[in-house]
Design a protein around this ligand. Structure first.
Ligand SMILES: Cc1ncc(C[n+]2csc(CCOP(=O)(O)OP(=O)(O)O)c2C)c(N)n1
Ligand code: SF4
Length: 295
């Protein structure tokens, strides 16, 4: 598979001096946002790891325009920017960069409201599947069976299906992406930037600190998630869905790697029983079925 992108900037907008853990997926993802959209984007960041990793004042390590906002408010702030930027003649696209806690839990009402109003902005959920910044607490996007500091014997509930929920908002563009497939993520961002209205991109971002794997393996773990079918890459324009490579290959279950290849490299799943594993697999199969209804 090869994706060619015209005029891809090699400029790096995430500078040395950031304070992320080694192997952080959020610095990788922010770098790709800069490469796709350039330094004129207006990045709206609610409380989370991406607030902290900007580095120590007075100089930020994120060389884009950044607004740090209260936890629940990112979509509302971006909505305000989208609505006044033409009057104030401010260039650039408002881009929310919010964790899974900020998106699926505390910020969900403002996200849903902004999508329903079809505000002209890009909302990215950077999903590391827990509240990492405050000590790895479970979120509604933590998968079934995963250890977190508030689910010490493994989470007993399934993940919320936020990409599906956003599809049902019938916004102009909904997509998933992974930090292991940067060109796919960048091309989806570029496409989103050409569409007027609300655009939602859900970025899978494995976190070595919270998921308990070696920091050198961030991209490998992210790739495995796609290869076992646990993370499905797609895009939907006007809620008509198309699987994007390589997930189109994994529509055929026999081409997927075994789920254990993904689970076994993460310390957070070390106590998963065979029954838990079956439930985990059932959840994945069900997600495929639900998504394919939109094709
Ligand atoms: C109203 C409110 N409640 C709680 C907090 C504390 N807090 C700051 S960041 C954070 C976790 C953020 O988790 P997530 O959105 O998943 O982003 P991540 O840190 O994983 O990038 C919490 C609970 C806060 N800042 N404001
Ligand atoms: S806890 Fe995870 S997401 Fe947060 S800075 Fe560290 S590696 Fe990045």
């Amino acid at each position: 598979m090869s994706i060619k992108i015209q005029g891809l900037s090699r400029d790096n907008y995430v500078l040395p001096g950031h304070t992320a853990c080694p192997g952080c997926p959020e610095t990788l993802g922010l770098r790709y946002v800069g490469m796709a959209l350039g330094k004129d984007s207006i990045i709206v960041v609610p409380a989370g790891c991406s607030t902290i990793i900007q580095g120590t004042l007075p100089k930020s390590s994120i060389a884009m325009r950044v607004i740090n906002v209260p936890f629940a408010s990112s979509a509302s702030v971006a909505s305000g920017i989208a609505n006044v930027k033409e009057i104030l003649k401010i260039g650039g696209i408002p881009v929310v960069w919010a964790g899974d806690g900020a998106t699926a839990d505390i910020g969900f009402a403002s996200l849903s409201g902004s999508a329903e109003r079809n505000d002209d902005l890009i909302y990215i959920c950077v999903d590391n599947e827990a509240y990492m910044n405050t000590g790895i607490q479970r979120s509604s996007l933590t998968p079934y069976g995963a250890w977190t500091s508030t689910t010490v014997t493994g989470k007993r509930e399934d993940r919320k299906e936020v990409p599906l929920i956003m599809l049902l908002h019938k916004i102009p563009y909904t997509a998933t992406a992974s930090i292991a497939f940067p060109l796919d993520f960048i091309s989806k961002l570029r496409k989103a930037a050409t569409i007027r209205g609300f655009k939602y991109i859900h970025l899978h971002a494995p976190c070595p600190t919270g998921w308990r794997f070696d920091p050198s393996k961030t991209v490998e773990v992210a790739k495995l998630a796609v290869e076992v079918g646990a993370w499905i890459l797609f895009e939907a324009e006007q809620h008509k869905l198309r699987l994007t490579p390589p997930s189109n290959i994994y529509l055929d279950k026999h081409k997927r790697k075994h789920i254990k290849d993904y689970i076994s490299v993460q310390g957070r799943f070390k106590d998963l029983s065979e029954d838990d594993l079956r439930r985990f697999e059932d959840f994945i199969n069900n997600t495929w079925e639900l998504l394919l209804k939109f094709t």
